[in-house]
Write a protein that binds this ligand. Structure first.
Ligand SMILES: [Zn+2]
Ligand SMILES: [Zn+2]
Length: 346
C-alpha cells in the first residue's frame, strides 16, 4: 500500500509499504478514506518532534472504514465508517479515568499515531486501543463532515470545555487558523454574549467574517482597548490563545479581565514569559494544552444535529498520489488554503 513516510529531517516521501496487520486484541485495521494534513505534521517534517521516528507513516487526522478488529474491540465492526482519534489511550489508568487521556500512561498512550507509530496518510492504518480510539460515524454524517473530529475538533471541544465559558460571557479567541476556527465553532455552543476573534492574516479574517457574521473579527492592533470596549468587566471573561506567538501570549493575559480563565491551546516553539509583577492583582487562572481527545461521540452527535459544520475549512482536496503537492500548498499557505483533504479512491 502507499504510505506517506518521514524519511529524514526535511523530507517526507510516498512509499510502498506492506499493509498493516493486527498485533494486539485491542487493535483494528482501518481502510483510510479521507485524511488531512496538520501543522504538527510539518513540525515532524522539520525535525521539531524528537519522538517521531524516521520511517514512520505520518498523518493523525483521518476517517475510514473498519477492515478488521481484534477480539477486544466490541464497539465497531468491519464495514463501519469511523472517526479515528488522534490520541490512543487505554481507558483504565489514573489519567484516563479522569478523562485526561493525553497523559495516558500506556506505552501507546497519547499522541502516537503518525508520530511514534504508523499513521493515516496511507491506504490503511493500524489503530491500537481501537475500543477507545474509534467512533462510529452516524449515517447522516459524511466523511468530510467528520474529518476533523479526532484532532482539530477534539481540540476545539476540549478548549471550549476547560475554558469555563458561561452564557453571556465575552470570549476572546486569539488566532483563526484551522484550530482557532474549530475552537470558535465549539465556543459558539456555549452561548457566550460576544465572541471576539483576533487574527493578523487578512484572508483568515475575511474567512471569519464570511462564515461567522456574528463574531467580531479584528486584527491585533489596539486589541486590549477593543476588548475592553466590547466587554462588561474591563476585559474578556475567557481567553483562548490558539495562535502560539510571543505577541499573542502577551495579548492573552493583557486582554483578560481580572479572575478570567486563560486557556493556552497553542504550541509554542520557545518558552514564554509570565511577567508576574505586571500581572499582580489580576488573579488569572491559566490552563495549558494539549488536548484530551475523548469526546468524539459528542462532537459527531453535534455534527449530526447540524450544530457544528467544519466542511468550509476544507478548501482543497488531493488524491493520495498527489500528497506532495498538497503539502507544498499547505506548508506555504498558497491559494488561501485552510485545510487540505487527502482522498483515497478505492
Ligand atoms: Zn494535528
Ligand atoms: Zn490510560
Amino acid at each position: 500500500m502507499l504510505a506517506y513516510t518521514y524519511v529524514e529531517k526535511g523530507r517526507f516521501e510516498l512509499r510502498e509499504k506492506p499493509r498493516p496487520t493486527l498485533r494486539g486484541s485491542r487493535d483494528a485495521i482501518v481502510r483510510v478514506t479521507l485524511s488531512s494534513i496538520c501543522t504538527s505534521d510539518l513540525h515532524i517534517k522539520h525535525g521539531f518532534v524528537p519522538r517521531a521516528v524516521p520511517g514512520i507513516t505520518v498523518g493523525h487526522e483521518m476517517v475510514g472504514v473498519v477492515e478488521e478488529t481484534g477480539p477486544a474491540v466490541p464497539n465497531v465492526r468491519p464495514g463501519d465508517r469511523v472517526a479515528v482519534n488522534v490520541e490512543t489511550y487505554c481507558g483504565d489508568c489514573f489519567f484516563c479515568r479522569h478523562g485526561w487521556v493525553n497523559n495516558c500512561t500506556d506505552p501507546d498512550g497519547g499522541w502516537a499515531l503518525g508520530c511514534r507509530i504508523d499513521g493515516g496518510q496511507a491506504e490503511y492504518v493500524r489503530v491500537p486501543h481501537a475500543d477507545t480510539g474509534l467512533t462510529r460515524i452516524p449515517d447522516s454524517v459524511t466523511d468530510r463532515q467528520a474529518l476533523f473530529v479526532g484532532d482539530l475538533l477534539a481540540t476545539g471541544y476540549w478548549a471550549a470545555d476547560i475554558g469555563e465559558i458561561h452564557p453571556g460571557d465575552t470570549v476572546l479567541i486569539l488566532g483563526a487558523g484551522p484550530t482557532g476556527l474549530c475552537t470558535l465553532a465549539c465556543v459558539q455552543l456555549k452561548q457566550p454574549g460576544r465572541i471576539i476573534v483576533c487574527e493578523k492574516d487578512p484572508d483568515r479574517l475575511a474567512f471569519v467574517r464570511a462564515h461567522y457574521p456574528d463574531v467580531l473579527a479584528v486584527g491585533p492592533e489596539g486589541l486590549p482597548e477593543f476588548v475592553r470596549a466590547h466587554s462588561d468587566h474591563g476585559g474578556a471573561d475567557a481567553v483562548l490563545e490558539v495562535a502560539g506567538t510571543e505577541d499573542t501570549f502577551r495579548l492573552a493575559w493583557e486582554c483578560a479581565r481580572p479572575n478570567a480563565v486563560v486557556t493556552v491551546v497553542a504550541m509554542y516553539d520557545r518558552p514564554q514569559t509570565l511577567p508576574l509583577p505586571d500581572m499582580y492583582g489580576k488573579n488569572l487562572i491559566f490552563k495549558t494544552g494539549g488536548v484530551d481527545g475523548c469526546h468524539c461521540k459528542e462532537t459527531l452527535d453535534l455534527i449530526a444535529a447540524g450544530k457544528i459544520d467544519t466542511t468550509p475549512l476544507i478548501t482543497h482536496t488531493f488524491p493520495l498520489r498527489e500528497i506532495d503537492k498538497a503539502y507544498d500548498l499547505f506548508e506555504h499557505r498558497r491559494d488561501k488554503v485552510i485545510k487540505v483533504a487527502i482522498e483515497n479512491t478505492p
